[in-house]
Write a protein that binds this ligand. Structure first.
Ligand code: NAD
Length: 356
C-alpha cells in the first residue's frame, strides 16, 4: 500500500479520504489541517490516521511516499517546495499555486525533479469526455471545428470559499478552459470575453469567452455560478457540444447521470451512465499505477496543463474588463443568496457541508 499524507481536510480532502479508504492501494497515514474543526472531523472519519496540525511531520516522515495537497492555493507553492525537497510524489488540487508566477515556479520545480506529480483536473478522468474524444478520433465528426462548453449552476456565491483563487471563471472555469484545450490538441491563440457583474459584485460572476486555437479550431466557453440561486427548486445547465465538418457529439449531465448523444457519419449513439462526480477514484488508481511503474500515466494531467489552463482563464477573465462590463442586481439579493446557501443542507457546492 502507498503511504500518503493529506494536507488540507476540507471538502476536497474529504473526497480523497473517502476514495483512499475504499482503495486497496492506499494507506492514509496522516491528515493535516490548520483548523481544529476539520481535524475533529478527520478523527471521526479516519480513526486509523494520525491527525495533525504540523505539516512538517508528514514531510519529515521517510515512509510517506505521496502528499495530497488539498488546502487552498495560497499554501501550494510552500507545500510543493517541501514535497520536492523531501522526495514525495504529489497529487495537487488546482490551481497549483495562488498566482500565475507561483504556478509556473511550481511547474518548473516539479519538472526539474524526478518526482511524479498530477493535478485534479477531474474532467480529464471522466468517461464521457474520453468516449466523445474517441468518436472524434474515429472520424465520426469529420474534421473537428467548434467546441462549445457551458457550465452554469447556482453554486459558489461571491465572497464564499475560494475567493483567493479568483472569480468563478477562474476557480471553476479553468476546468473547462483545460478540457477545451484537451479536445483541440492545440494552444489558445485568440480570445474575447464578455462578463456580467451579477448582483453588482466587484468581479464578473458570469463569463462567456470565445476565440481560436493555433490549429484553427474555435471555442466558446460559458461559465457562471449565477443560475437561479433564489429559485424555489434549483437547477443547472451543463453541456459540451462539439461540432465537426460532418457530425456532432454532445453531452449533458444532471450531476447523477451523464448522457452522450452522437450523430456521427456511420453511427448514431446515445450513452447514459453514472456521472462519476470528481473521478477521484480513477485519479488515485492511475497515480498508484504510475508510482508502481515509475512513469506518470498518460491520462493524468501534468501540473503544466493546470498552469496553462489557469493562465488562459485569467487572460480571458481579464479581457472582460476591456469591454463594456455591466452590473445587474444588487447586494440585497446577494445577501439573500448567501443567507439561503448558509442554511441549505442540500445545494450546489456548499462548503459548510461535512458529509464524507
Ligand atoms: N478539482 C476540483 O474539481 C476542485 C473542486 C473544488 C475545489 N478544488 C480546489 O481544492 C482546494 C480545496 O478546496 P475545498 O473546497 O476543499 O476547500 P475547503 O475550504 O473546504 O477546505 C480547505 C481546507 O484546507 C485547510 N487549510 C487551509 N490552509 C491550510 C494549510 N496551510 N495547511 C493545512 N490545511 C490548510 C482549511 O482549514 C480547510 O479545512 C482549493 O484549492 C480548490 O480550488 C478543486
Amino acid at each position: 500500500m502507498i503511504k500518503v499524507g493529506i494536507i488540507g481536510f476540507g471538502r476536497m480532502g474529504r473526497f480523497y479520504l473517502k476514495e483512499m479508504l475504499k482503495s486497496p492501494k492506499w494507506e492514509v497515514v496522516y491528515i493535516c489541517d490548520v483548523y481544529e474543526g476539520s481535524r475533529e472531523l478527520a478523527r471521526k472519519l479516519a480513526p486509523n490516521a494520525k491527525v495533525i496540525s504540523d505539516e512538517d511531520i508528514i514531510f519529515n516522515d521517510p515512509e510517506i511516499q505521496v502528499v495530497t495537497l488539498t488546502a487552498l492555493a495560497d499554501s501550494r507553492l510552500q507545500h510543493v517546495t517541501k514535497a520536492i525537497a523531501h522526495g514525495k510524489h504529489i497529487i495537487s488540487e488546482k490551481p497549483v499555486a495562488d498566482t500565475t508566477e507561483n504556478e509556473w515556479k511550481v511547474v518548473e520545480m516539479v519538472e526539474k525533479s524526478d518526482r511524479l506529480a498530477t493535478v485534479n483536473l477531474y474532467l480529464r478522468n471522466s468517461w464521457y469526455h474520453h468516449q466523445m474524444k474517441q468518436f472524434i478520433q474515429e472520424g465520426e465528426l469529420g474534421e473537428l471545428a467548434i467546441i462549445r462548453i457551458c457550465h452554469m449552476t447556482p453554486g459558489l456565491a461571491p465572497s464564499e470559499g475560494h475567493e483567493a483563487e479568483g472569480p468563478c471563471f477562474h476557480d471553476c472555469g479553468m476546468h473547462y478552459v483545460d478540457i477545451t484545450r484537451w479536445y483541440a490538441e492545440s494552444e489558445y491563440k485568440t480570445w474575447h470575453a464578455q462578463g456580467m457583474r451579477m448582483w453588482n459584485y466587484k468581479d464578473p460572476w458570469w463569463v462567456q469567452a470565445h476565440g481560436t486555437f493555433e490549429n484553427g479550431i474555435v471555442f466558446d466557453i460559458t461559465q457562471g455560478f449565477v443560475y437561479g440561486q433564489l429559485s424555489k427548486d434549483q437547477t443547472h445547465n451543463s453541456y459540451t457540444d462539439i461540432i465537426g465538418t460532418k457530425g456532432i457529439v454532445r453531452m449533458s449531465h444532471d450531476f447523477h447521470t451523464a448522457v452522450i448523444d452522437l450523430r456521427g457519419v456511420t453511427k448514431t449513439e446515445r450513452i447514459e451512465k453514472p456521472f462519476g462526480s470528481k473521478n477521484i477514484d480513477i485519479l488515485i488508481d492511475l497515480f498508484a499505477d504510475s508510482i508502481e511503474c515509475g512513469k506518470l500515466h498518460p491520462q493524468l494531467p501534468r501540473l503544466r496543463d493546470s498552469a496553462i489552463a489557469s493562465t488562459a482563464a485569467w487572460n480571458m477573465l481579464n479581457d472582460t474588463w476591456k469591454h463594456d462590463l455591466p452590473a445587474i442586481g444588487d447586494q440585497k439579493t446577494l445577501d439573500e443568496i448567501l443567507y439561503r446557501r448558509a442554511h441549505m443542507t442540500n445545494g450546489y457546492g456548499l462548503l459548510h457541508q461535512v458529509n464524507c
